[in-house]
Design a binder for this molecule. Sequence first.
Ligand code: ADE
Length: 248
Amino acid sequence: MHFHILTLFPEMVLTGLATSIIGRAQKDGFLTVDADNIRDYTTEKHGHVDDYPYGGGAGMLMQADPILRAYRAVCERTGTTPRVIYTSPAGRLFDQAAAKAFAKEEELVILCGHYEGVDERALELLHAESWSIGDYVLTGGELPAMVMVDAISRMVPGVLSNSESGETESFEGSLLEYPQYTRPEVYEGLRVPPVLLSGDHGKVDRWRRDQSLLRTMERRPDLFAKVEFTKADRKFLRTLEADPDLSE
Ligand code: ADE
């Protein structure tokens, strides 16, 4: 899979994605990430890429032309017309399902927003899809682009080793991941839950599922509302109703 980031800060994106698992995946040939500096595509003599919004208002907007030129350079280089993600707090909420879906693309362009946004005509001409990484406002689209590249890349076959691609991750089946422990057995007086040392895999699985249910209920009622409960789940939830202290 090939990512092409259109940004005013290419070094930020390239450096951030050069290490750890995403860096390894690039070295191993599962991914490529390149970044074009939108400023390189301006024809304006002072190198400006932004201007005041028509109708007035705070801040500056990125102009359409350098963005279109940068995108067309990617198209020429790759011989393709990739889908475009535009990073924006006004976009759809980027989630695991979106990451999985984008991982099927061969080429993907991510346009990083800056200033107060971009001229809407650039988004229209690029058929850009606006995506947000959460309900907060960042100073630019580079961090969201890196977040999306990371989440999408994990879903590309070969990027994660078998041990890294645990099947029971948060959001699989709309449940958050259960708590985990490693050595030592007691740390600063805190014990590993005894069931995890019992060697009884059935019991361990049930405990983990119960913990996932609890966590999701407490932390993410929105996800909890979508869970398809099994009979055993219902039984556990009934014990909570009878003894609410269990959920503390
Ligand atoms: N740009 C600024 N804030 C953002 C957010 N939350 N998601 C995506 N892009 C952004």
